[in-house]
Design a protein around this ligand. Structure first.
Ligand code: C2E
Ligand code: MG
Ligand code: MG
Ligand code: MG
Length: 287
């Protein structure tokens, strides 16, 4: 099946000797097969995008949508992004796929903005591999030109993995993106970044609290207090706080009581096709 366990050896690091196990042969063959299917997926138009709504915590008005890639493979069926994005990154294929996601999402968003004019925002996930490509800033510029959208309505979701190496160059590149007036959001916040001292130097507009912290809110243990602290930390950095993965009213109540700005989760809306987005906005004008 399509999973990421085959990449574990690499994660263990270069100096870690991995002994060849018989089942590794199957893993290698699986990986080669997925690589070749992934290579064809783009030209065969097997990718599409779903959009998950984000809401203001206070009044439940729609703030915008997060674009999420989907792969419908004739061979595997639906493949989760977590199963193919790491491979696409390893192959460098994510640069082309990511550019397609960005252009398509912005294009569709501009269509919505023209029609509904609710000053919403579109959030697009960007891989660290994509961002390290020297053409990345130009790609973003071209997409803005081509779609004629307001850059303030575009938010790029980056992850902490971007800051593992070359921190100075990365901050410079983010500042270049900021100079286009595009928003930057730090996704999965709290899961990877060890040094909070860098955080202040990052031109971040939004912090997205990782779902694992939101999950903790339904457990009766001390970690429940962490989310409130993350929200305060984010507000001290003048960031807008989005909580992701909200599934129940216990989580919602806590987040509202701790001044979380925005909420995203199955409780309010699952990722949906573009037609359903249109229906949602039609049904919910300025709600
Ligand atoms: P992410 O950016 O953190 O996206 C949020 C994920 O949480 C999505 O999973 C979404 O469907 C899921 N989610 C949202 N609310 C809930 C909830 O209430 N309960 C549960 N159980 N899940 C919820 P998805 O679509 O499978 O995407 C997984 C990850 O794949 C994303 O995490 C992101 O890191 C990556 N990804 C998705 N689309 C793209 C893309 O276009 N480009 C890149 N580079 N990465 C992408
Ligand atoms: Mg507008
Ligand atoms: Mg995201
Ligand atoms: Mg996330």
């Amino acid at each position: 099946s399509a999973d990421t366990s085959m990449y574990k050896a690499k994660e263990l690091g270069r100096n870690n000797i991995q002994f060849f196990r018989p089942d590794m042969k199957a893993e290698i063959l699986n990986k080669i097969q997925m690589e070749s299917l992934l290579l064809k997926a783009y030209e065969n138009k097997e990718f599409f995008i779903e959009y998950q709504p984000q809401f203001n915590a206070e009044d439940h008005r729609i703030r915008g949508f997060e674009a999420l890639i989907r792969w419908d493979s004739p061979h595997y069926g639906r493949v989760a992004p977590m199963s193919f994005i790491p491979l696409a990154e390893e192959m460098g294929l994510i640069i082309g796929i990511g550019q397609w996601v960005l252009l398509t999402a912005c294009h569709k968003f501009k269509e919505l903005d023209t029609r509904f004019d609710q000053n919403l925002c579109i959030s697009v996930n960007v891989s660290a591999v994509q961002m390290r490509d020297k053409n990345f800033v130009d790609i973003v510029k071209n997409v803005l030109d081509e779609t004629n959208m307001d850059p303030k309505q575009l938010e790029l979701e980056i992850t902490e993995s971007l800051f593992i190496d070359h921190i100075e160059e990365t901050i410079d590149m983010l500042n270049e993106i900021k100079s286009l007036n595009v928003r930057i959001s730090l996704d999965d916040f709290g899961t990877g970044f060890s040094s909070l001292s860098y955080l202040r130097r990052l031109p971040i507009d939004t912090l997205k609290i990782d779902k694992s912290f939101i999950d903790d809110l339904t457990d009766k243990d001390s970690s429940i207090r962490i989310v409130g602290d993350i929200i305060s930390l984010g507000h001290n950095l003048d960031a807008h706080i989005v909580a992701e993965g909200i599934e129940n009213s216990t989580q919602l109540d806590y987040l509202k009581n701790h001044n979380c700005d925005c909420i995203q989760g199955f409780m309010f809306g699952k990722p949906m096709c573009f037609k359903d987005v249109e229906a949602l906005l039609e049904k919910n004008p300025l709600k």
